[in-house]
Design a protein around this ligand. Structure first.
Ligand SMILES: Cc1cc2nc3c(=O)[nH]c(=O)nc-3n(C[C@H](O)[C@H](O)[C@H](O)COP(=O)(O)O)c2cc1C
Length: 347
């Protein structure tokens, strides 16, 4: 037996009779499938609980998630195993809490409103990968760790320490938040997973099939940060928005890492350290993107890559061949970084 409770948002404004029509259809279908539950409509949102055999609920929830009549389907709770039906007599009971006037509806409305608000807050603090797992009706805590190949991206603000010394606290926070907003949006839009913010550094990963998107994300971030700098005034904190990237590929362990107090769904492994080290090499190489040999084999597109030679990364036994992409957006790094290093590069 399995039970899933979710909320979602209709794609278009819906009248009571529109929702009534959906529920009538559900009622018939659910009766055939021995699925029971309740569909609430409140404040322009659907709240639904569906329960039945594990196989039928998985199938139905997959269909419901794909249904174009609603979006932002967010699984609130998933129960399975030895559970009893909560709504054994309702093939799909429809209740419109907006039009219901009974006294009892009021506390239910208050409760649902607070669930919506707390989920919106928690959603912002939760990793997209974890939300994705929850939205498939699965419990992320039950997912065992696995070994997978990933392209790892590290993006780090250049001169952040200097900026935070010069800027006011609020300016520093504004600048950092703008950086994190821009990077996470671009990475997520291209199918990457932002797994951690480590101070002024963003750690993300892509599947090897998305290697081109990983590099594309770096280029789009460079472009977006350049636009921010160009429109920033001489005293704006946004003039500090400039970043270096390290891209590496390798086998990592993906899964839950943490304690009872805090758990991250993240990746660990040698390739993660390599990406971080490559990012710090950007200063020496004088280019904003530095990547390793392995990722070259995953590229489907014909990127122009320039070899910097075999470099010894800190903490690594073997030297690895390191590259930077030749691209119109890759030109203005040396002047931005520590002048001592740009001097070294000029030599
Ligand atoms: C808010 C909402 C709730 C739904 N609930 C159910 C449901 O309980 N049972 C069901 O069979 N379909 C439900 N649907 C419809 C499914 O998304 C999907 O259209 C339907 O299962 C298609 O069935 P078919 O592929 O067998 O024709 C719901 C759709 C929406 C938008």
């Amino acid at each position: 037996m399995k039970r899933i409770t979710y909320i979602s948002r209709p794609c278009q404004a819906m009248s009571d009779s529109d929702v009534q029509a959906i529920s009538t259809y559900c009622y018939e279908k659910n009766r055939e499938q021995q699925v029971t539950g309740v569909l609430l409509f409140f404040c322009g949102l659907f709240f639904q609980t569906i329960e039945g055999s594990e196989e039928k609920i998985n199938l139905l929830f997959a269909k419901i998630r794909q249904d174009k009549r609603h979006r932002d389907v967010l699984c609130l709770k998933m129960e399975s195993g030895n559970i009893v039906r909560m709504f054994p007599d309702w093939s799909m009971k429809y209740i419109n809490l907006d039009t219901g006037v009974e006294d009892l509806n009021r506390p239910v409305r208050v409760l649902l409103q607070s669930i919506i608000e707390s989920h919106q807050i928690i959603g912002r603090y939760t990793q997209p990968a974890v939300l994705h797992i929850i939205n498939q009706g699965l419990n992320p805590l039950n997912i065992p760790p696995r070994k997978v190949e990933r392209v790892i991206l590290f993006a780090d603000l250049v001169n952040f320490s200097l900026a935070s010394e010069i800027l006011e606290v609020e300016e520093t926070a504004d600048m950092l938040n703008r950086f994190l907003e821009i990077t996470s949006k671009i990475i997520s839009d291209l199918g990457g997973e932002v797994t951690k913010f480590i101070g002024d550094c963003v750690m993300a990963y892509f599947s090897p099939e998305q290697a081109d998107n990983a590099l594309r994300a770096c280029l789009l971030i460079i472009q977006a940060l350049r636009q921010q700098r160009e429109k920033a005034g001489a005293s704006s904190p946004m003039r500090f928005l400039r970043c270096g990237f390290g891209l590496a590929q390798g086998m990592v362990i993906e899964g839950n890492m943490g304690s009872q107090v805090k758990t991250d769904y993240t990746i660990i492994g040698d390739a993660v350290n390599t990406a971080a080290r490559l990012e710090s090499m950007t200063r020496e190489v004088g280019k904003p993107i530095v990547l390793c040999e392995k990722i070259r084999q995953s590229f489907g597109e014909d990127w122009k890559l320039v070899s910097v030679g075999r470099l010894q990364l800190k903490g690594k036994e073997k030297a690895i061949e390191v590259f930077y992409p030749q691209h119109e957006l890759i030109d203005d790094f040396a002047e931005a970084i520590n002048p001592r290093i740009s001097q070294i590069i000029a030599d």
